[in-house]
Design a protein around this ligand. Sequence first.
Ligand SMILES: Nc1nc2c(ncn2[C@@H]2O[C@H](COP(=O)(O)OP(=O)(O)O[C@H]3O[C@H](CO)[C@@H](O)[C@H](O)[C@@H]3O)[C@@H](O)[C@H]2O)c(=O)[nH]1
Length: 325
Amino acid sequence: MKTAVIFGVSGQDGAFLSRLLLEKQYRVIGVCRNTGNAFLNNLDLLNIRHRIELIPSSIGHFDHVKQIVQEYKPDEIYNLAGQSSVSRSFEEPVATFEGISMGTLNLLETVRTLNLPVKLYNAGSGDCFGNIKGQVATEETRFNPASPYGVAKACAFWQVAAYRDAYGIFACTGLLFNHESYLRPAQFVTQKIVKTACRIAHGKCSELILGNIGIERDWGWAPEYVVAMWKMLQQETPDDYIIATGTTISLEDFIRAVFQRLNLDWKKYVTTDHRFLRPSDIATIRANPQKAEDRLGWKAKFTGYDVARMMVEAELNIEGNQLGL
Ligand SMILES: Nc1nc2c(ncn2[C@@H]2O[C@H](COP(=O)(O)OP(=O)(O)O[C@H]3O[C@H](CO)[C@@H](O)[C@H](O)[C@@H]3O)[C@@H](O)[C@H]2O)c(=O)[nH]1
């Protein structure tokens, strides 16, 4: 039986990855800052909390990280920790940088100093590319991050690459573009739209206030993306990969798809407000995931339109269950 340690187990990706690894008969050790009931909702929704060995700790504490790795001697480590909201990173740049960059360094140093044959996955981000002005990003495209979050992720990317080259550590970064699901918190735009549109459909509110709806993103389905993470660690040699659908749609298209699924005309309900604008934003994101298809045999099945529909259906189901329908 293989053992995996997941740092940041309680988030969307941590929960889906845990489920995948449990299906593959892994022993899953989950590390998260807070193991109180309120923080484990995602694991409960997937009904897997009882199958994960949970450790309350943070990737920010080098001694703890080392102790955990030394004790469990995992075959694989997944670094999904650190705050993941771009918009929050403008308000908390120092905490964002420390969590993402220092956390990754703590893991790399742990693996280097313990000298164990462990494979390490690092959660990178398509936000490392930033504003590349309509270019289609490949693994060769130069980074041009546009937020404290993007800068921290770019730094962690280079730390991983440097440790891999210098010490021969098996470490990979997945440059994941936006990936969504019913486990997304509403601070991200897709879930904010889906939850509010469902409330509008049920007559519980009448308005959806957003920031810049002119942006374009490559939105994929998160459960598919954790498969790519796992596949990276099953290769003979470590490498970095873009993970995306290859299809970009506008936020307006996403909104329209959500409201259409609810038989509503979005234009009657959506307004914009400067409160939700960012000091700098990425206008358009385009990505080419061909390397992942060629080398990992990974290809996304669902694009942004599917994601919109599936998130609405999940939200209606969750609401139905909560109402006892
Ligand atoms: N959150 C939010 N975003 C809004 C809103 N209105 C418009 N937007 C725009 O919607 C876009 C998407 O915002 P988010 O859903 O917060 O995601 P993100 O900034 O693209 O970052 C996500 O994708 C990255 C990978 O590309 C991830 O690395 C990151 O963790 C996150 O999941 C941004 O351009 C943002 O300005 C709003 O009310 N709320």
